[in-house]
Design a protein around this ligand. Structure first.
Ligand code: ADP
Ligand code: MG
Length: 615
């Protein structure tokens, strides 16, 4: 029988390869713009017509090509970027496969104009379906201009499957943004059907992010930096309150190349756990740098999936770096305290006796009768460590502490007047904590005036305590003298019995009473003034409403719901001791800045901001 195998003609081979490299107009944009970046251009313009279906033009001012190189650039596996297999392990350019131009020219009409700086004349090539139609010398500006027309003209199936112009243009924008975000030192312009979409001047990474995503993002970026022998991580993560319902502004770059990684994405998301509002996604722009020999970009022609030698170690480093950056952002108010700047020591009147400051803190006092976990447990050791800064300076000044409960008024102006008066009498110092509208706690800190939402703060404190108790030491239950029976509907009844063991470890002691009723034998010792019935009712409501979020585990849900149900109500009078205790306990928490529901707890009005108002 005759031999039947034959080599495919180049044009067919290229067309097949094109199927992998060029999925849609956006792929062409990506390949051409990456080539311009590799050619060291510092200004790149992109003109698109009909979402790239009619025209994709990329003009750069890079190094250009000689006549011969221009012709060769369309050959398959023709590249100037690597020479041998070893180079594959030290890739520093975006391209290296030498496939893009061969593929694109197999499925479109391509015109190339290019000139090197040192050449007088440039070259102009027209190529269609892998066939060179013409090549001639022309005068043109330095650099390279590619025009790709009628994409997929000879692959009708592909053309038919292109999406709407809006959808295809969105893909182009995504590719454009990824490249623009890694090359802030290059000026980029993007036009669609002659209207300007982006004009991005040369700048730094932060400003580039801002020029792409808008001014609002600027104050919502937290710098991240981590330098280890395996990997360097730089860039920005979004503040939790900037998190969005949709995903989108999430970028990983490795050695200046955009990369997709569900695995590393998890490392970031895990660091944000519990400080995001439900169903929201944080933004991040993370630039990783690793020795090129430890990564493999050679996995897929579109090169967005990348293999790492030290995946797991990098996961840990990344997770820690994000967590640390978030922590710095969160903890800021607590290390910000500075009593010397925050308070004025009153002038002593003549007949005041000078007293030595003495330490008078009652460490056992707790307004909500909520004992912090005892020192026997590790978390409490950590808590007191973190608290260290805070309580130490306080004890130094405690001799000046005010005994009067000036926090009991709900009007801030009366408060200040009262505080002043005491200062004048020379008997005492202004109170450190003020309550406003029975809702907010105000206290001076080094950088300005700190304002806390007391209900949210309490929710956070209880939540962390409950979560801790669910996993280790149980909270004592206070037995009721007259156990209360509560009627529930069948569903709630079944639900609450299902989680009764967990509730018991939080001090909520319930039993089945038969029918759809339960009997409450005891509530946590710290459940405050609320009726058991009220708390259970709120708890069930909250527990059920949070059920949509499948990611949150059962225990977290219980802790959250119970924290919300037992926290003080929206407005409640607190005296200054209670406020102080609240602030101390809040800053002993792991995430003092946000409630378990992702709501902001702490806000600071900067001194400069205040001064500006009076200037
Ligand atoms: P690769 O980028 O993988 O090398 P391409 O097919 O994209 O493969 O490009 C082939 C070659 O053409 C490149 O290696 C480069 O030498 C040259 N080239 C492509 N675009 C440009 C450009 N805009 N400026 C200068 N040279 C270019
Ligand atoms: Mg290329």
């Amino acid at each position: 029988m005759a031999d039947i195998i034959q080599l495919l003609p180049d044009s067919v081979a290229n067309q097949i390869a094109a199927g992998e490299v060029v999925q849609r107009p956006a792929s062409v944009v990506k390949e051409l713009v990456e080539n311009a970046v590799d050619a060291k251009a510092d200004s790149i313009s992109i003109n698109i017509k009909d979402a790239g279906k009619t025209l994709i033009q990329v003009i750069d001012n890079g190094k250009g090509m000689s006549d011969t190189d221009a012709r060769l650039s369309f050959e398959r596996h023709a590249t100037s970027k690597i020479k041998n297999a070893d180079d594959l392990f030290a890739i520093t350019t975006m391209g290296f496969r030498g496939e893009a131009l061969a593929s694109i020219s197999a499925i479109a009409l391509v015109e190339l104009k290019t000139r090197k700086k040192e050449d007088e004349l440039g070259t102009f090539i027209v190529i269609e379906g892998s066939k060179v139609e013409s090549q001639e010398s022309i005068s043109c500006s330095k650099g390279t201009s590619f025009s790709v027309k009628n994409l997929f003209y000879n692959v009708p199936a592909r053309r038919k499957f292109l999406k709407s112009n809006t959808a295809e243009f969105n893909h182009i924008i995504s590719e454009f943004q990824r490249i623009a975000l890694t090359n802030p030192e290059i000026e980029f312009k993007l036009y669609h059907n002659q209207s300007e979409i982006y004009v991005l001047p040369k700048t730094n990474i932060r400003q580039r992010i801002v020029s792409i995503f808008g001014k609002r993002i600027n104050q919502n970026l937290i710098t991240i930096e981590s330098d280890t022998s395996i990997i360097k991580i730089g860039g920005f993560i979004g503040k939790p309150e900037y998190a969005r319902k949709k995903s989108g502004e999430q970028y990983f770059f490795i050695n200046n190349r955009y990369m997709r990684s569900a695995y590393f994405n998890k490392a970031v998301l895990k660091a944000y756990e519990q400080i995001l509002a439900p169903e929201t996604m944080p933004s991040y722009f993370l630039y990783l740098n690793a020795d090129p020999s430890t990564i493999d970009v050679n996995i897929h022609p579109t090169k967005t999936e990348i293999k790492f030698e030290d995946q797991q170690a990098i996961w840990q480093i990344l997770h820690a770096a994000v967590k640390q950056a978030l922590g710095k952002n969160n903890i800021a108010p607590s290390i910000d305290f500075n009593i010397e700047e925050g308070f004025q020591i009153p002038v002593l009147s003549k007949d005041t006796e000078v007293r030595m400051p003495k330490v008078e803190i009652d460490h056992t006092f707790n307004p909500f009768e909520q004992k912090l976990p005892s020192t026997r447990n590790p978390q409490s050791a950590k808590m007191s460590l973190e608290k260290g800064n805070l309580t130490n300076w306080e004890s130094l000044y405690s001799g000046f502490e005010n005994e009067s409960k000036i926090g009991e008024t709900d009007n801030f102006s009366t408060l200040s007047a009262e505080g002043n008066q005491q200062g004048l009498n020379g008997t005492n110092l202004n109170a450190k904590y003020f309550q406003f509208k029975n809702k907010f706690i105000l206290t001076p800190v080094k950088s300005g005036l700190m304002i806390l939402d007391q209900k949210r703060a309490h929710e956070r404190i209880l939540y962390e305590k409950y979560l801790y108790s669910l996993n280790s030491e149980s909270i004592a239950s206070q037995k009721s003298l007259y156990p209360k029976t509560i009627e529930l509907d069948a569903k709630d009844h079944a639900l609450i019995l299902e989680i009764s063991d967990d509730l018991k470890s939080l001090g909520v002691d319930i039993e089945d009473f038969g029918g759809n009723a339960i009997v409450v034998n005891g509530m946590p010792v710290d459940s405050g003034s609320q009726e058991a019935e009220q708390i259970i009712d709120k708890f069930i409501n909250e527990f059920l409403s949070s059920e949509v979020n499948t990611k949150v585990q059962a225990q977290e849900k219980i802790a959250k719901a119970l924290a919300k149900a037992s926290a003080i109500s929206g407005t409640q009078v607190l005296n200054s001791e209670e406020m102080r205790e609240m602030v101390d306990m809040l800053f002993a928490c792991q995430n003092p800045n946000y409630s378990p529901f992702g709501k902001l707890i702490v806000s600071i009005i900067k001194t400069e901001e205040l001064e500006k108002r009076f200037s």
